[in-house]
Design a protein around this ligand. Sequence first.
Ligand SMILES: [Zn+2]
Length: 252
Amino acid sequence: MDKKICIIVGHGKSKSGGYDSGAVSRDGKYEEFKIAKEIAKYAADYLGCSLMNYEGNLYLTDRIKAVNRADYDFVAEIHLNAGGGKGTEVFYYNGSPTGRKAAEAISAEIAKEFTVPDRGAKVRLGKNGKDYFAIIRDTKPTAILVETLFIDNNAELTLLKTDEGRKRCGRAIGIGLEKALGTQRMTEAFSVEITANSLYIRSGAGTGFKSVGVVKKGETHAISATDTAGVWGRLADGRGWISLNSKYIRRI
Ligand SMILES: [Zn+2]
């Protein structure tokens, strides 16, 4: 069964309910939240997975609650780094092999994509010995925090000023996660005709996910993504996933 992933945008809303830009560029013109949300969107598009806080309407504790109410297996929050430095690094939950593997893979992909230093997978603990980042510490699924590039490093900021750069960064995150988790990804869209009398639509790519509807014999449906094994397809209309087993469908 494939993992249910959610990509989360860092910042956007402050504790008091106002706007939280996150870090800003040295010239004050570029804000972390506004760049991170586009990178996150491209990563979620690439993976065909959920995206949270694109509108910046969730404060940190709201994001944690939303994650814990859902049934994700894995979440990644997207940030830009600041404070003087260069390169990319990804934080993971202390002691989580899956988190570490994903963090290493994403850091390596971003470093390769932009030819920046690979600072690698990291753990950051608070004074009490627990994980420092709440989005990592207080969420139920395996969680990582991606510090893509430094917003206060002008050479790195330049890489993320364009839509193309943000897309490359999002894709690098998606590719890293795909390598680490073996998750679903977007493919060339194709259509199928349903040959079974009826076939369950499921909320995720596997029979372990709950059924959320049915498709019926003779119907044709566009598929916008498959899992890595190519045995489950996501309906382009967004209703969920169906089996691509040739016993039930025919590719057209
Ligand atoms: Zn941040």
